[in-house]
Design a binder for this molecule. Structure first.
Ligand SMILES: *Cc1c(COP(=O)(O)O)cnc(C)c1O
Length: 452
């Protein structure tokens, strides 16, 4: 068997600023105030976010320096390794070289901690006492709970009900770090109560949990809301991933032909690719592929329109690929990919043809996860396994075409707390869900009308 090779950047090479893609995206549509339909002003965001993050959300600067206090925390697990998946290459018999960036190396188990610590830091700086948030599979909840704990903040997490049941140990992780966790929809908020009245058995959705967390923050002066994906500032914080990858490839003397990542709200994939976008806009050929579940196919089947970020229509309108704000996706095990929309930055890159998207079924994704785990010894999060499925497909295509492609994917997190899903797969109890076409069509009828 081939030897696995790890490329670890020296600590001194860890990036000290974030890359802001906004100056490159001249045609990005602004968020709109839902009442007036006019571009939202910074004051509109003040009840839910601290000022420094609102500024980052619309910053014209090409780079933003990472505060020293954050660099110290980032060095706990960064730079993360770039690993050559030689054993997987051998299993597939592909001439392609496969690399993966391992974000599961963070103490929270995923890339989410990169933004969680930044958000906790800026909130702390501005005197906030408690953070509210939603979580799907629980990865973001674990990361923000850990980050809140590092900075001495309280933390309230609304966890999508289906994940609360499927992944009980994520809840334990959040509680260890001092967070209070409620299954969403809950009876703690008006938004939650309304949904429960309509359907007491609902599995919940990220859209609903966001409504609850936003409502909680708006109603309490000392609390602010945090979001683990979608927003410009979250993607900004995640660009540390792509910058490291770029340096790692430079040191290797190698150039990637294809970059692949899974997409829920778009933060790990977009943070992975942003540092490469300028050279691609200038003509360099690198394929960028976002992968998503067939049962929640925002990029491949959604419409590029203004929509609410949450179910109860509390957030500003954002222009993105969406399946409609009250679409409730089937209860697949990749809870982190069950979001009805996508980051505006990623949506724009997809619309402009810089990024391509592919959708996969749950079973083929777990097949890929098993192949990868057996070859490389890392059990991937089901979300990340979508990127693995995309990578394996590309590696097999390279074999058929006899091409020596260099493929890199972002392994956004490990799957040690997703073992219930693996058990279900191995027992033959996982099923594929049909794409819920009618539900999506019904939901899309309720898109807000903008500009006419
Ligand atoms: C949350 C999560 C995702 C999906 O969110 P993005 O914002 O699209 O990155 C993917 N993988 C893991 C491990 C996650 O925790």
């Amino acid at each position: 068997m081939a030897e696995q090779t790890k490329y670890i950047l020296p600590e001194s090479e860890m990036p000290t600023s974030w890359v802001n893609i906004l100056p490159l995206l001249k045609n990005l549509d602004p968020p709109l105030h839902p009442g007036t339909g006019k571009p939202a002003s910074p004051e509109d965001f003040a009840p839910i976010f601290p000022n420094s993050l609102i500024m980052q959300e619309a910053s014209p600067e090409k780079t933003i320096e990472i505060p020293e206090e954050l660099l110290k925390i980032l060095r706990m697990w960064r730079p993360t390794p770039l690993i050559r998946a030689r054993r997987l290459e051998e299993v597939l018999g592909t001439p392609a070289k496969i690399y993966y960036k391992y974000e599961g190396a963070s103490p929270a188990g995923s890339h989410k901690l990169n933004s969680a610590i930044a958000q906790a830091y800026y909130n702390k700086q501005e005197g906030v006492k408690r953070l509210t948030t939603e979580t799907g599979a629980g990865q973001w909840g674990s990361a923000i709970a850990m980050a809140a704990n590092f900075f001495g903040l309280d933390c309230t997490v609304y966890m999508v009900k289906v994940s609360f049941t499927q992944k009980p140990y994520r809840k334990s992780v959040m509680r260890i770090f001092g967070a209070e966790v409620f299954a969403s929809p809950s009876n703690k908020t008006e938004s939650g109560k309304k949904i429960l009245e309509l359907d007491p058995e609902t599995p919940g959705s990220l859209g609903i949990a966001i409504s609850e967390a936003v409502e909680d923050a708006v109603k309490h002066d000392d609390a602010k809301y945090t979001l683990g994906s979608v927003l410009n500032h979250v993607i900004l914080h995640q660009t540390i991933i792509g910058q490291e990858v770029k340096k790692q490839f430079e040191l290797l003397g190698e150039k990637p032909d294809i970059l692949i990542g899974c997409c829920g709200g778009g933060s790990n994939f977009t943070g992975f690719i942003v540092p490469f976008v300028e050279q691609i806009m200038n003509g360099e050929k690198i394929e960028l592929i976002a992968t998503e579940p067939h049962s929640c196919p925002t990029l491949t089947k959604g419409v590029f329109e203004y929509d609410f970020g949450d179910t109860a229509q509390l957030t500003p309108l954002i222009k993105m690929y969406t399946l409609g704000h009250d679409f409730i996706p089937p209860a697949i095990h990749s809870g982190g990919l069950r979001y009805h929309g996508d980051a505006p930055i990623l949506s724009r890159l997809k619309k402009d043809g810089i990024v391509k998207a592919r959708a996969y079924n749950q079973l083929e994704v777990f097949d890929a996860a098993m192949t990868f785990a057996k070859a490389e010894g890392i059990i991937p999060a089901p979300e990340s396994a979508h990127a693995i499925k995309g990578t394996i497909d590309e590696a097999i295509k390279a074999k058929e075409e006899g091409k020596e492609k260099v493929i890199a994917f972002n392994l956004s997190g490990h799957g040690f707390l997703d073992l219930t899903a693996y058990e279900a797969y191995m027992d033959g109890n996982l099923k594929d869900y049909e794409y819920p076409k009618e539900l999506v069509e019904k939901s899309l009828e309720k898109l807000p009308k903008v500009g006419d």
